[in-house]
Design a protein around this ligand. Sequence first.
Ligand code: NAP
Length: 450
Amino acid sequence: MSGHIDAIRTAILQGAPGAELAALPLPEAVRGALVRAGEQEMFAGVESVDKDPRQSLHIDEFAVPELAPDEVYVAVMASAINFNTVWTSIFEPLPTFGFLKRLGKESQWGARHDLPYHVVGSDAAGVVLRAGSAVRNWKPGDRVTVQCQHVDDQDPTAHDDTMMASNQRIWGFETNFGGLAEIAVVKANQLMPKPEHLTWEESAVSGLCNSTSYRMIVSKNGAGMQQGDSVLVWGASGGIGAYAVQYVLNGGGTPVAVCSSEKRAELLRAMGCEAVIDRRAENFRFWSDEQTQDPKEWLRLGKKIRELIGRDVDIVFEHPGRQTMGASVFVARRGGLIITCAATSGFMIEYDNRYLWMNLKTLKGCHFANYREAWEANRLVCEGKIHPTMSRVYDLDHTADAALAVHRNESEGKLAVRVLAHEEGLGVLNEELRAKHLDQITLFRRFENA
Ligand code: NAP
C-alpha cells in the first residue's frame, strides 16, 4: 500500500475531520480489481460455468484520473461483489470494453474511461476525499455509500425517471473507476449517507441489490406491491432475492421463497418466510431437454404454491430467466404481474403466450433504480427497516475468489470486500440502533459461520 493511501486510511480510522483529509496528498496510482482488454478472448471456447474469474480479475495499480467538476473521490473502505462483476470477469454476454469506448466518445470527461483496463465494482462505502468544483451537497470527510446509477442529468431524457435516461449506465460495469479500488471516482449524485449503525462492509453490500429490489417490488415503476399481495421470489436467499423478501414482508405481503438447499430454506424461515420451496428437493424439471419445456412441471409448481398459501401468486420476482420464465408466466394469477430484471440462466426466453394473454397477465422489465428509489431504499437501511444480507467478507486481494463463489452459486446474500478497512467490524457510530437490530443485521453472517 502506498504511503499516501496508508496516511488516508489511518486518518479515516482515527476520525480525522474533513479539512484534515482534504489536506492529505492524493496518490497518483492506487490498487483496484480490474480486467484487461488484452485478455478478453482468454475464455474463447470455454463453457460459461468453467470460466474462472481468478484468471481474469487482477488486483493491480492504476492511475487515479483527473476529477470532473461534478464528481468526488471516495476513499473506499469496503465494496461488494455483484453479479455484474461476474459478467465483466467472464466477458459475458459481451466484454465491457465496448461500454467504455462508447462513453469515451461522449465528452472530454467520458474519454477518461476508455482505457485498456476496466476497474470494476458497483458498490462502495467510504469517505469523500475531494469534491469537484460543482459539487454542492457533499464535502471531504462525509461518510457515504454509493448507488450505481451514472446519468448525464443535462440530458432531458433523464428528467422524469432517471432510469429512462438514454445515457443511463451502471457505474463500475458500464463505466470505469468503480468501487473495488482504494479510490473510486463517483458522480456527486450517486452519493448517499452511510448507515451509521452498520460497519463499513455491512454498509457496502446493499446499494445495488437493495435499490433494484425496491424498484421491482415497492415502486410504482415496478410491481407496486400492495398489502396482502403474494410474491413468488426466485433465488430468495441470493443478492436481490433476500432484499425482495424483506420488502414483501415489510409491506404486508406473503413471500413464496424459492431456494436450492435446506440450509437456504432454514435461513429464509429465520427471515420470516413461512412458505419456502426448495427447488432442488422438489426436483422441478421445467425443461425436459434443451429445446422443450414440460408444462406438467409448471403445473406441479403451481400446485405447490397453492398447497403452501392457498392461492396463486400476484407477483413473480423473476431473474433466473430461461430456466424459469415459462413456469413464472404460468404460475402468476389471472391478471398477475411477472417482473424481471435479469436472465442468469440464459436470455433467450420462451414461455407459452396463451397463459399471458388469455389470463391478462403482464410481463414487465425492470432495471436498477432511479435516484429517488435508490435514496429511499438507502433511507430504509439507515432507519433499520431493511437489513444488509452480508454473509462473507473478503479482502481486496481475494476479490476474484468472491466473484467465483457468486458465479458458482455457492454463497447466500451478499459478499463484502474490505478495501481500506483493514479488519471487519469498523465504522459503527450509532451503537444504539445497531443493538436494536443486531440479530437481523448479522443473520446471514451467523448462518455462514454456523
Ligand atoms: P445471486 O446472489 O447469485 O443470486 C441469484 C439466485 O438465483 C441464487 O441464489 C439462486 O438461488 C438463484 N438461481 C440461480 N440459477 C437459477 C436457476 N437456474 N433457476 C432458479 N434459480 C436460480 O445473484 P443476484 O445478485 O441476486 O443477481 C441475480 C441476477 O440478477 C443476476 O443475473 C444479476 O446480474 C441480475 N441483477 C440485475 C440487476 C438490474 O438492475 N437489472 C440488479 C441486480 C442483479 P437458489 O439456487 O437458492 O434457488
